[in-house]
Ligand binder design. Structure first.
Ligand code: GLC
Ligand code: CA
Length: 553
């Protein structure tokens, strides 16, 4: 296995809108990020991935881009970007950009041209089709944020495809001009000195010709998955991107590939596939849906272990894993996989961190995870900002499919807005995020859970993350060791070993508030403890206890 910097790095994801507001307009911005680089350096991460900062009308908070080579008004200017990049590099921090090229905004110049007439040179930049004879949409596909994936456009009496909102028309990757325009734009950013790309829904860029109807789903629409996820030319287009852009720079790439299988992941991110460096798989965060993605239940631990372990062992030596509990599309890790009741919040957040950061792959920390930030206590629909949550309420409750009583806990549990409430910097108004009115509510628990309270507290979740990150720098086995799951059926304990040469690690995590027995394997009898979330040793595991032992064989 080749050794590279991005295999040894820890990535920190910033959702700029909610990270730090420098000018009191209630919206996080680039200068805000620059002002917090020292904080991130203290934490010990290596790379910052920024959710989109490009010009955007914000139908989907920046994942709808109207100009790839400019900055969103609310976030600042290209000069602010250059300053942030310089300041980050001066601290040894790398910057990875979000690349959203499955679709643009409908306000992108390409789309405005494209929709204007059938013979416009940009017409084929997007996917236009005639309606059916009765005037209905060209096929039955449903969009990710509800409704049909087709929008009728008056100007030319045709429909355009949008797998997400109708303000996010899909680009036509089969058009060579589209590919080259995207590659030119990527080269422009690379020449600015950025350090990589996280590629938004990159597995969806190639659609099966003919765009056949998809299998029926609960929503009443057809599933586009079989015809536009891992489509016929996706690997060819990524190889072309690799040749024309990625291979020319020392950068890292990670693809967002929902629904990816092991076989597909090896194609996208194989050691010599010449496509991407790694992909995000979502099996462990998609194992729990009841109504589509919505549910109020937890994933049973054996299933969680089986899923994560499958990726650990199957990719080993073939492709690289990316490790995450949460991101801007997922609820908060501690609320979802741990226990956010006050007495268990910190200890279970540390347990989850241990479990993830000792696995094989590149770990990602989502902003606020390092503080043990929790889900938001929603009480009414007007607290939601996310297009997905708002549409889901409309599609499931207002349509009469489910009662509010049934759907509400599911929505609160899974809403992407849980991750999007502002970073909690200190116990001043709005958690120190803004001096103005925040664009989305700050979680009221900021008075207790905030960076200022944690940075200098040796027992905090933050300090625990620091220790975990420094261990990764000291022990190669954490990065490169092979993985083996212990006790697969155990409903409370997640335990596994890592092995490299004559070294072996044992990670033990109690995922419950109970005190299950765990017998330490013989070979670890004299092992040293690298880290633990409880102070002194004990016979039984305590609630949410986690520790890591290291031995030499
Ligand atoms: C990805 C992003 C998500 C966005 C969607 C459409 O899944 O992570 O936030 O809404 O793509 O761009
Ligand atoms: Ca601002």
């Amino acid at each position: 296995m080749n050794k590279t910097w991005w295999k040894e790095a820890v990535i920190y994801q910033i959702y700029p809108r909610s990270f730090m507001d420098s000018n009191g307009d209630g919206i996080g911005d680039l200068k805000g990020i620059t002002s917090k680089l020292d904080y991130l350096k203290t934490l010990g991460v290596d790379v910052l991935w920024l959710s989109p900062v490009y010009k955007s009308p914000n139908d989907d908070n920046g994942y709808d881009i109207s100009n790839y080579q400019d900055i969103m008004d609310e976030f600042g200017t290209l000069e602010d970007f250059d300053e942030m990049l310089r300041e980050a590099h001066a601290r040894g921090l790398k910057i990875v950009m979000d690349l959203v090229v499955n679709h643009t905004s409908d306000e992108h110049a390409w789309f405005m041209e494209s929709r204007s007439s059938k013979d416009n040179p940009y017409r084929d930049y997007y996917i236009w089709r005639e309606g059916k004879e009765d005037g209905s949409a060209p096929n039955n596909w449903g969009a990710c944020f509800g409704g049909s994936a087709w929008e009728y456009d008056n100007a030319t009496d045709m429909y355009y495809l949008h797998l997400f909102s109708k303000k996010q028309p899909d680009l036509n990757w089969d058009n060579e001009k589209v590919r080259n325009a995207v590659f030119d734009m990527m080269n422009w950013w690379c020449q600015k000195g950025i350090d990589g790309f996280r590629m938004d829904v990159i597995s969806m860029i190639s659609k099966v010709p003919g765009l056949p109807d998809g299998p029926a789903t609960d929503s009443g629409y057809g599933d586009f998955g079989p015809y536009s996820v891992h489509g016929p030319h996706v690997h060819e287009y990524l190889k072309e991107m690799n040749e024309k852009v990625l291979s020319k720079y020392d950068i890292m790439t990670v693809g967002e590939t929902a629904g990816v299988t092991i076989e597909q992941a090896v194609k996208y991110a194989g050691e010599d596939s010449h496509e991407l460096n790694m992909v995000f798989q979502f099996e462990h965060v998609e194992a729990d849906g009841k109504y589509g993605k919505w549910t109020d239940e937890k994933v049973p631990l054996p299933l969680l272990k089986e899923t994560l372990s499958k990726w650990q062992t199957s990719l080993y030596g073939k492709a690289w894993n990316s490790l995450f509990w949460d991101n801007h599309d997922q609820p908060r890790a501690v609320s979802r996989f741990g226990d956010d009741r006050p007495e268990y919040r910190a200890v279970s957040a540390k347990m989850l961190a241990t479990c993830l950061h000792m696995m094989q792959g590149t770990p990602y920390i989502y902003q606020g995870e390092e503080l043990g930030m929790t889900n938001y206590p929603f009480t009414s629909m007007d607290e939601f900002r996310d297009i997905e949550s708002i549409h889901a309420y409309r599609d499931w409750v207002e349509s009469g499919k489910l009662t509010k009583e049934v759907f509400w806990p599911c929505l609160c549990n899974k809403s992407r807005d849980n991750a999007r409430t502002p970073m909690q910097w200190d116990d001043s108004a709005n958690g120190g995020f803004t001096t103005g009115t925040p664009w989305i509510q700050v979680n009221p628990n900021y008075t207790k859970i905030n960076a200022a309270a944690e940075v200098n507290d040796p027992d905090s979740v933050f300090s625990y993350y620091r220790t975990l990150l420094s261990l990764r720098k000291q022990h190669e086995i954490i990065v490169y060791g092979s993985y083996e799951l212990l006790l697969p059926e155990d409903p409370s304990i997640f335990a596994y070993t890592r092995t490299l040469g004559n070294e072996k690690l044992l990670t033990v995590c109690n995922f419950t508030d109970q005190t299950p027995d765990f017998e330490i394997p013989e070979e670890f009898a004299d092992a040293a403890c690298l880290i633990s979330n409880y102070k002194e040793a004990a016979q039984k595991l305590r609630p949410y206890e986690a520790y890591v032992l290291k031995t030499t064989l």
